[in-house]
Ligand binder design. Sequence first.
Ligand SMILES: C[S@@+](CC[C@H](N)C(=O)[O-])C[C@H]1O[C@@H](n2cnc3c(N)ncnc32)[C@H](O)[C@@H]1O
Length: 303
Amino acid sequence: MSARYHTPLRYPGGKQKLTPFVIEVLEANDLIGGEYAEPYAGGAGVALELLLRKYVRKIHLNDSALPIYAFWRSVLKETDALNAMISSASMTVEEWKRRRDIVRSPKNHTLLEVGYSAFFLNRCNRSGVLSGGVIGGLDQTGDWKMDARFTRNELIRRIETIADRKSAIVIKNWDAERFMTDHVGGLPEDTLVYCDPPYFEKASRLYLNSYEPDDHERIAKYIQTKVGHNWMVSYDSAPEILAYYKKRRSFLYDLQYNASRVYQGREVFIFSDSLRIPKFSELPYIDDALAENKARLRARRAA
Ligand SMILES: C[S@@+](CC[C@H](N)C(=O)[O-])C[C@H]1O[C@@H](n2cnc3c(N)ncnc32)[C@H](O)[C@@H]1O
């Protein structure tokens, strides 16, 4: 496993590899040392890189999926108990089924049990998809077995590193709109808000919580009219998404992301008018992104 990143979660569509770009955005806008909020935090890859490498002073994370929240809460508030569970984890299919059942009906369990179970599935499932299958299959006859990504010592170390900064981490389990209104609204001016909502296409296969097209449209309106801070949004580049944000500056890029071929393709980054966008050589600008989008939209309607 790569030790380059700090997040202990594997996340479908995890954005940590975009951290260098986000740092450039912070620099270009005098936001280094400011605060940073992610209403759709998931594995919080970018946020943790920024905090632990001291580019921001505080991070505000939110995810409406209870198991994801329960994991982050356990990292911050029950660090030793969580790490003890990881240390003595039993790598059997029976245990995997037990953890899966807890994530499926979390209400009857403690947040620590739910959080640990979410982590267990995240590390033992294919591509980290919580509702997906176990690595190696139920009969464990695949080339890789379920413990292939369960590198205990490294994961415990990551959790300890994060917990050491707990006074600089806020975590909520709200709907993103509520988080943006009731929490982000009160944050200082030097806060950057990064929204990475569930993908427009195929998200229900990847995440516990996802949106219908109407929700994406409503969120697009909300972000563009109600978020008072500097913001950025990233998405899969569905024509509908590009249309919702057509008045904003954006660029397309290839994330070269591959959750077992569940999703592959171009993504789009969209910016609030208030932000200065740095030129970033690794993410080529595509000046005619919107023209290209119009053509795709026309082709889709004609099909
Ligand atoms: C694309 S993922 C975020 C990935 C993250 N940027 C990373 O690098 O790991 C989207 C996340 O949004 C969460 N989510 C879905 N609907 C939500 C909602 N209405 N409010 C808040 N979070 C939501 C999902 O549970 C999922 O974890």
